[in-house]
Design a protein around this ligand. Structure first.
Ligand SMILES: Nc1ncnc2c1ncn2[C@@H]1O[C@H](COP(=O)(O)OP(=O)(O)OP(=O)(O)O)[C@@H](O)[C@H]1O
Ligand SMILES: [Mg+2]
Length: 451
């Protein structure tokens, strides 16, 4: 029962209202007593005097009957006579809490005013009847005095309780409603349905939470779409070389190709396609590691100029095959970064530059350091990338010209890997390109690692 938030809030409210009503009842009762205290005393004296006057003026009256009828109104009465311990009228003398000297004082002609709060207030009045002194004590009738006050309070409080509870039950439902909707939507999300949206007009904390929830579901939906796209792309990238391997292998097996040089060509295609598959799986692994590793970057201080020189030498077979010339303009420069990962960035960018540069072209590599960062630029004089394509080339599997990339054994992952590594270093990668003129990639890295 206590489990739902709704029940908890309602019970808490009822508890709070009950406690406050009880405290209010006690406090207001006290205040009321203080306020009526004075008025009551005066009234008691007036009533007492009236009773005495009537009593004195009617000598042959039945005392008990008279005082009975008087006390039935709102006061208890006690009538004492001098030199007598038993009351002329009234019972239970000890319950009045009167001391003997107090009684004697009134019998001697003084007025007694008890200092207790009502309903325990006692007033004593002296009078003479014939030769004898009497003392008449009055105290409020407890039941009479309290009945009305209690009734009023009871009606007041139960009305507050009932109306308050009804309003609260309804308003709590309204407060809780987004939470209920969110719970329902979370179940939908768990089932894989990201197409959920909770309508929201509220501006309070729950409104904010609903907005964040909607944002989160939108993000999750996009992520799911991306994952779907990724799987499609990977399958496609795997399927294409596999089909071609299967086709050429079957042709060779069936003895369709008799010519030795053609057979060799078929075999080299099979080799090339397998290499492409192998590169694809390596790149996918690299990306997965960069995406999921807790600490994918292990920074060390090292000489960037030396690294660039080494990468250029490493790629020499590729650029000499295209009769390209690489011009390196870099002064000795020390940076802090993950050496292996950054090497991958330069390899990816230089491979692209060599791929898209014309035969006999020039590639320029420069590195300039400012006070806290370094900018490496790699430019070629290739075909360039159209303006509208430039923002997409960093997307995974994106190729401007898929047939061209296929020739180059590309999977469209090189730039996304380079961008990811740069970003993990706290840097950025940008492209500047003019179709038919050439392309420059700028990599900006902080000199000191602070990630
Ligand atoms: N220097 C460049 N000149 C012209 N186009 C380029 C250049 N660099 C990249 N591109 C374009 O951007 C696309 C994405 O490049 P990316 O390096 O990510 O993939 P890829 O080179 O095709 O394949 P991979 O790098 O996985 O072998 C390329 O297909 C190409 O169309
Ligand atoms: Mg590439």
């Amino acid at each position: 029962m206590m489990k739902t938030l709704y029940v908890q809030i309602v019970l808490t409210f009822l508890g709070a209202i009950l406690i406050s009503l009880i405290i209010t009842f006690l406090i207001s009762g006290r205040i009321h007593m203080y306020q009526v205290g004075d008025r009551l005393e005066t009234r008691m004296e007036e009533v007492g005097k009236d009773i005495i006057q009537l009593y004195k003026g009617t000598p042959e009256m039945d005392e008990t009957l008279y005082f009975d009828s008087m006390s039935s109104v709102s006061f208890d009465l006690l009538l004492m006579k001098e030199q007598s311990d038993t009351p002329v009228y009234g019972k239970n003398l000890d319950q009045w809490g009167l001391q003997d000297d107090e009684l004697q004082k009134v019998l001697a002609g003084g007025v007694y005013r008890g200092h207790d709060l009502p309903p325990r207030k006692v007033v004593g009045l002296p009078f003479q009847k014939g030769e004898e002194s009497y003392a008449l004590f009055l105290r409020p009738n407890f039941k009479f005095f309290f009945q009305d006050f209690e009734k009023l309070m009871l009606i007041l409080f139960s009305t507050i309780l009932v109306i308050g509870s009804v309003i609260f039950l309804i308003s709590t439902r309204w407060i809780i409603s987004p939470i209920k909707e969110m719970t329902q939507s979370t179940k939908e999300l768990a089932r894989g349905n990201f197409n959920v949206f909770i309508k929201n007009k509220r501006k309070d904390e729950l409104g904010n939470l609903t907005n964040s929830f909607n944002q989160m579901t939108r993000g999750l939906g996009e992520l799911d779409e991306m994952r779907h796209q990724f799987v499609t792309n990977v399958s496609h990238e795997i399927q294409t070389p596999l089909t071609s391997i299967q086709g050429f292998a079957k042709a060779l097996k069936d003895g369709v190709v008799k010519d030795a040089s053609q057979q060799k060509e078929y075999l080299s295609i099979i080799e090339q396609e397998s290499k492409r598959l192998s590169v694809l799986s390596q790149n996918l692994l690299k990306l997965a590691r960069l995406d999921t590793d807790q600490d994918p970057i292990q920074p060390v201080p090292y000489q960037l100029d030396e690294q660039l020189r080494r990468v250029i030498t490493f790629l020499e077979p590729q650029w000499t095959a295209k009769e390209n010339d690489i011009q390196l303009d870099v002064k000795p420069l020390k940076i802090e970064g993950d050496k292996d990962q950054l090497e991958q960035v330069w390899i990816n960018l230089l491979t692209n530059a060599i791929r898209y540069n014309p035969v006999g072209g020039i590639i320029k590599v420069t590195a300039k350091a400012s006070f806290d960062h370094v900018e490496i630029a790699i430019s070629d004089h290739g075909e360039g990338i159209a303006e509208e394509e430039q923002h997409r080339i960093f997307d995974r599997f994106y190729k401007v010209d898929p047939s061209r990339s296929k020739q180059n054994n590309g999977n469209g992952l090189g730039l996304s890997i380079a961008q990811k590594i740069t970003q993990l270093h706290g840097g950025k990668i940008e492209v500047e390109s003019d179709v038919g003129v050439g392309t420059t990639f700028y990599v900006t890295l902080p000199l000191k690692a602070h990630y």
